[in-house]
Design a protein around this ligand. Structure first.
Ligand code: SAH
Length: 462
């Protein structure tokens, strides 16, 4: 983001605009809606601008620009019809540390004006950093349809109601949650169209209905394999209203961004072989935060019920009588299979597929190697990168085919996804030579369907 959107307070402030032709008129159309004192400098002005002057929307000094005009203003618009003049004004203003906008000269601009949907006090500003005005226009028109003209009045009404809500809830987080429930993102279009009376009643009813002691809860949420495309709508909804988000190492920032800015984010990642938060400590955090009355989201990569130590967390919650819910997610094996276009089960070939872990509490995980070595056996191995030589050895001892297809999918669904198609005999070597560090799934008995399927993915190597 090169341009930072900010909403500047214009009350009691002066804004200078130089120019009175079409360029100035375009800028003034927005500026006249603000509370600023507008100072217009120009030897002549167009009809529309003249009317605005007559209506008292700005003061007009009928002359050319001089440097002293830059005194005591907060923003400057160089909007004459002459590019050289605008560039000169922009340079002078910049020298003084003023924010300046020069018409049609992006490089000379300290700020650019976004497309606006004005439903004061609700303002939506849309910018494309000058890349695509037509896209900005399309977005603007969509926003205009979303926001009815009454939404400004609704915002003012909410402002009044906030005082009632504030009296009822001491903590900021509780108040935010109250409002998040009122506008929970479901059918936003309809919610923005409720009348002030309906909103009044809804808030009053909700205030009356809130129990004196708010009950906290924990929702175990599957964040999927990484891409935010693979997040469920349910996960999005609870992230949006969570007070506390307790998350793992493999949860990507894109997904955390669905949480509120004000939520508390607690990282409890476990790095293989590195520093980690003990499971007991995680359980304690969940219990404690829920007991404080917070809506806690426990965000786990993939599906929370697959190699996620969910039982230990759920047991702790049950022991302490804390309400919980579970929102499933797309597990890494499913994403890996999708990436290579391989059906995990196939009629007439395998009637089952095993999801294995390469590691367990004791080290390399022991498995029913005999069954896994059978010709039609198929498996997806989680946490298998470090254990690949061990897995290979066990399978070969139990008679597995050395040429059995194995596909490694690292960072499935993410931008840095890598697919390596190999064989059982070459598995550890392929991992080493391709520098696979994980997170990765080893798909035992699966080859990529065809190059066309995986072509759109990045980093493909067959
Ligand atoms: N609950 C998770 C698994 C957690 S165990 C799930 O359902 O997916 C962590 C292991 O998951 C990693 O070591 C790796 O084997 C696998 N994994 C998680 N995200 C992955 C991804 N984007 N690509 C490949 N493997 C992934």
């Amino acid at each position: 983001m090169r341009y930072l959107p900010v909403h500047v307070d214009t009350q009691g402030k002066s804004i200078l605009i130089v120019g009175g032709g079409p360029a100035a008129e375009a800028k003034l159309r927005t500026l006249t809606k603000t509370d600023a004192v507008i100072r217009l400098i120009s030897p002549e002005v167009g009809d529309e601008v003249a009317r605005w002057v007559e209506d008292g929307l700005m003061t007009w000094e009928q002359r050319s620009f001089k440097e002293a005009d830059l005194d005591d203003v907060i923003l400057v618009y160089a909007a004459t019809e002459d590019d050289d003049v605008n560039a000169k004004i922009a340079a002078l203003a910049t020298d003084r540390g003023l924010l300046v906008n020069a018409a049609d000269q992006k490089d000379a601009c300290a700020f650019i004006t976004p497309a606006l949907v004005d439903r004061s006090p609700v303002i939506v500003s849309i910018g494309t950093e000058g890349t695509s005005p037509s896209l900005a226009r399309a977005l603007k028109s969509e926003m205009e349809q979303l926001l009815p003209p009454t939404v400004g009045a609704l915002a003012n009404k909410i402002n009044v109601l906030r005082a009632h809500v504030k009296r009822k809830f001491e903590s900021v987080a509780d108040r935010q949650r109250f409002w998040a429930d009122i506008f929970d993102g479901r059918d936003l279009r309809a919610q923005l169209r409720v009348s002030e009376d309906v909103l009044d009643t809804r808030v009053a009813e909700k205030l009356a209905g809130e129990v004196a002691v708010k009950k906290g809860s924990v929702t175990l949420v599957g964040a999927g394999p990484g891409s935010s495309d693979l997040l469920t709508l349910g996960a999005r909804r609870v992230l949006h209203s969570a007070d506390v988000i307790v998350y793992d190492r493999l949860v990507s920032q894109d997904i955390l961004d669905f949480g509120r800015r004000e939520a508390e984010y607690i990282y409890v990642g476990k790095t293989p072989g590195g520093a980690s938060t003990a499971q007991d400590d995680i359980n304690t955090i969940l219990v404690q935060k829920a007991r404080e009355g917070h809506a806690v989201v426990r965000l786990k990569s993939g599906d929370p019920l697959i190699f996620g130590r969910a039982d230990e967390e759920l047991d702790a919650l049950s022991t302490h009588g804390i309400d919980y819910a579970i929102i499933p997610g797309i597990t890494a094996a499913a994403a890996a299979a999708a990436s290579i276009g391989a059906s995990l089960t196939t009629r007439g070939r395998n009637k089952s597929v095993s999801f294995l872990t390469g590691h367990d509490a004791k080290g390399f995980a022991d498995q029913d190697w005999k069954s896994l070595a059978a010709p039609h056996a198929r498996a997806a191995v989680y946490m298998g990168v470090g254990a690949s030589r061990f897995i290979q050895g066990r399978l070969l001892i139990h008679g597995a085919d050395r040429d059995m297809a194995v596909t490694i999918v690292e960072n499935a669904s993410r931008d840095n996804q890598i697919i390596v198609a190999t064989t059982l005999s070459d598995l550890p070597n392929a991992i080493e030579s391709r520098g696979i560090k994980g997170p990765a799934i080893l798909l035992l008995g699966y080859a990529p369907r065809d190059a066309a399927v995986i072509a759109p993915n990045m980093g493909v190597a067959l």
